[in-house]
Structure formats: structure tokens, C-alpha cells
Design a protein around this ligand. Structure first.
Ligand code: FEO
Length: 395
């Protein structure tokens, strides 16, 4: 069922309440999601994006209930990833020669995924525009690496709507569609989780792109992303947040992350948390077991932190494989401007702390000299290393 956005613009996407994982198993979905597509009906009829492949036939059938498909003059594909392009194959079976406006990289992406089908591509770049009648036009803005090379946004003049695709989105199902109708806590949590886990590796590009968008001085009444709530109440609030998040963001928070074999490393983790609170009562402290908590949620807390402490016992001359896997993910997210420290128990060789420190340095963290290493289970004697490590972390 379509949902009204503004004047002759309607949402025609898919609200995905059942989705639990995204990007394979790589991104956890806690509160549903959506794939947002939009229909503009001016003198020209335009479809902005489609939805994910598994729902493609429902999408086409639902769209038929709203409009004679033959009336669609062209499709804008802001991004080739299959959660937005997945219904093109089914749709173009019905309207095969319909032009598809997209970037050159998007043509490669679509042909790479669906094969060369002779689709009628109209390649666009930043500043190109197309008239859609009634004095309105669509202006295209390349959003390279936000988050794929082919990403693009489309701006509708007159209605002042920015169809931003993945940027400014959230994996969050909002039946009422708009940001002012959504649970605010969940909305902003899902927005920062999305930025952390999907966009942060490209934060510098995001910072530059936001400057570019602001410098255009386009009036923006609505930001309509391809996932989650549509920003109609103070839409620039999410742009301003992105500006902060894209510039080495941190809050007064320290996050302790660990895994354990026989609970010795757990004891150190909890002592570190207590000591942070003791030395710096205004600092928010969070503790997560890598084995027991969701990795995307932990990364969101790391993103908010000014420092982290990472712990693992030594096993097989290395850190635990759970911690090694988590640290590979940590490195890929390219966090900036954060301190870090390492800790862990050992029984024999004791390499884990040094290896964690090396991995943290490789991941761009400023690693403090002090660490906490405990031969066998931590005693008060070994826990006496904690205050100095915390002192260096909060300095
Ligand atoms: Fe929502 Fe990059 O696809």
C-alpha cells in the first residue's frame, strides 16, 4: 500500500518487519527494516529505486494496484545493491524499454549482478537534471563511496525532497513512516548504528559530501532515504549529526570488550570498569562479552567511545579466535581519534596482550603503554596494574 509523502510523491516500498540479518549475516536487525521506493506522479511519472530481490514479485503486483506500469516514464536507480535494485528484473519484464537513470558505476553493478539484458540506461553525473513537468525537475548528485562507488542521491525541486538512498537511513521499521512518528530513542540508535557499521569506513568522504550538499544551499524539506524513517521534521538534524559523526566522533565513554576461557579475563574486565568509574565518575562505562553480545551493537558503543580496552586470554600462542575475528571487523571500520589498551590472563606463553596491542595499532588506535596481564587467575596483586592502565586511558 502506498503512503503519502508530499504533493504527488508517494512511498511504494516494502516494510520488512521479519528481517533479522542484513548483508548476509553481517548486520543485525533488531527492530525490523524497510526498503524504501518512491513514486513521483507529475507530468512525467518516475519511480525512485525498487526493493530487495526476494520481494520483487510482490513489489510489481503492489505497484500495479497503484498505477498502470506503462505510465512510468523512467526509473531512477540511485544505487545498484540488490536491496534497492532487486525488483528491476521483474519490473522490466513488464516495461522492458523504460529508461533507467543511474551512474556509470551503477550500470556496471546492475549488469554484473543481473547480466547484460539490453536495459535502456541513461548515465548521469553530479549536476545533471531531467524535467518532469509542472515546473519541477530531478537533479542528480553522485555520492561515491557512500557507501558504494555507484551511489547517488536525487533531489526533487519544487517539493524540495532529497532522495538520499543509503545515506541518512536506518535499519528500522516505522509503519507511520516519518521521523516525528517514530520512537526517538530507537530512531537515533538505529541511525548511529547504521553510520558506524556501514558508513564509518568512508567517514572522510561523508564529511566532504555533506559540506558539498550544504554549500549547494538547496532548500531541503524532506530527506527520504532508502531504509527506515523519512526525515520530514527538521530534516537537517540528521545531516548535522552525520557531520559530527563523520569527524572522528567521540563521547565521554569508555567501552571494555573481552572474551574469556575460565572467567579470569572477565574479572579483569569488570575491575577495569569499576576503576574507570572510580577515577572518572562522569565517564559512561560499558562492558561487553564478545561471545555474548551482538557485534554490530558493540561496534556502535566503540564508535561513541573515546577509549576502549580489549581483553583476551592467551590460547595456542594467540588471542581467542572470537577476539581475533572481532578485531578484524574493528580494523575494517577505520575508527579515528580513540585510545586503547589491552588485557588478559595466561597460563603458559602469554602472547595475547602484545598481539591485541599490535592489532589495535594497525586499526588506528593510540595504544597506551600500560596493560594488565595476569598469570593464571587475577589476584589483588595482578589487579594492582589496573589503576595505571585506566589513568592512561582517561588522560
Ligand atoms: Fe541499502 Fe547499499 O544498500
Amino acid at each position: 500500500m502506498k503512503k503519502h509523502i508530499k504533493n504527488n510523491v508517494n512511498w511504494v516500498g516494502f516494510l520488512d518487519w521479519e528481517l533479522k540479518k542484513f548483508h548476509g549475516e553481517d548486520y543485525s536487525i533488531m527492530h525490523g527494516s524497510s526498503q524504501n521506493a518512491y513514486l513521483i506522479e507529475e507530468e512525467k511519472t518516475v519511480l525512485i529505486d525498487t526493493i530487495w530481490t526476494p520481494h520483487r514479485f510482490d513489489f510489481v503486483e503492489n505497484l500495479k494496484k497503484e498505477i498502470d506500469l506503462k505510465k512510468i516514464d523512467f526509473i531512477v536507480t540511485n544505487h545498484g545493491e540488490c536491496d534497492h535494485s532487486g525488483a528491476l528484473t521483474a519490473l522490466l519484464e513488464e516495461i522492458p524499454n523504460t529508461p533507467i537513470y543511474c551512474t556509470a558505476a551503477c550500470v556496471k553493478s546492475l549488469e554484473g549482478q543481473y547480466g547484460k539484458r539490453g536495459w535502456n540506461f541513461k548515465v548521469v553525473k553530479t549536476g545533471d537534471s531531467v524535467e518532469i513537468g509542472n515546473g519541477k525537475k530531478l537533479i542528480f548528485v553522485e555520492m561515491k563511496m557512500l557507501h558504494w562507488p555507484d551511489s547517488m542521491a536525487t533531489y526533487l525541486t519544487g517539493d524540495n525532497i532529497l532522495f538520499s538512498n543509503d545515506a541518512f537511513g536506518q535499519h528500522f521499521a516505522v509503519e507511520e513512516l516519518f521521523n516525528d512518528k517514530a520512537n526517538q530513542c530507537l530512531l537515533f540508535h538505529e541511525a548511529i548504528k547504521y553510520f558506524t557499521n556501514i558508513l564509518n569506513p568512508f567517514a572522510m568522504l561523508a564529511a566532504n559530501k555533506i559540506k558539498e550538499i550544504k554549500n549547494l544551499n538547496l532548500p531541503i524539506d524532506i530527506i527520504a532515504p532508502s531504509h527506515g524513517a523519512v526525515w520530514r521534521d527538521n530534516p537537517m538534524q540528521i545531516v548535522n549529526l552525520y557531520e559530527k559523526w563523520a569527524n572522528a566522533y567521540q563521547e565521554n565513554q569508555i567501552t571494555v570488550v573481552y572474551d574469556t576461557m575460565w572467567e579470569g579475563t572477565t574479572k579483569i574486565a569488570h575491575r577495569i570498569a569499576e576503576e574507570i568509574h572510580k577515577q572518572s565518575p562522569n565517564t559512561v562505562v560499558k562492558v561487553f562479552s564478545i561471545a555474548k553480545h551482538d557485534k554490530n551493537e558493540i561496534m556502535t558503543e566503540v564508535f561513541k567511545s573515546k577509549a576502549i580496552a580489549v581483553g583476551s586470554p592467551t590460547e595456542g600462542n594467540d588471542m581467542l579466535s572470537s577476539v581475533a575475528g572481532w578485531m578484524a571487523f574493528l580494523k575494517s571500520l577505520k575508527f579515528k581519534n580513540k585510545k586503547a589498551a589491552a588485557f588478559g590472563c595466561y597460563g603458559w606463553s602469554g602472547e595475547s596482550v602484545k598481539l591485541i596491542q599490535e592489532k589495535l595499532k594497525e586499526s588506528g588506535f593510540t595504544v597506551v603503554d600500560a596493560s594488565v596481564k595476569s598469570l593464571w587467575n587475577p589476584t589483588e596483586e595482578t589487579l594492582a596494574q589496573v589503576p595505571e592502565m585506566v589513568k592512561q586511558l582517561i588522560a
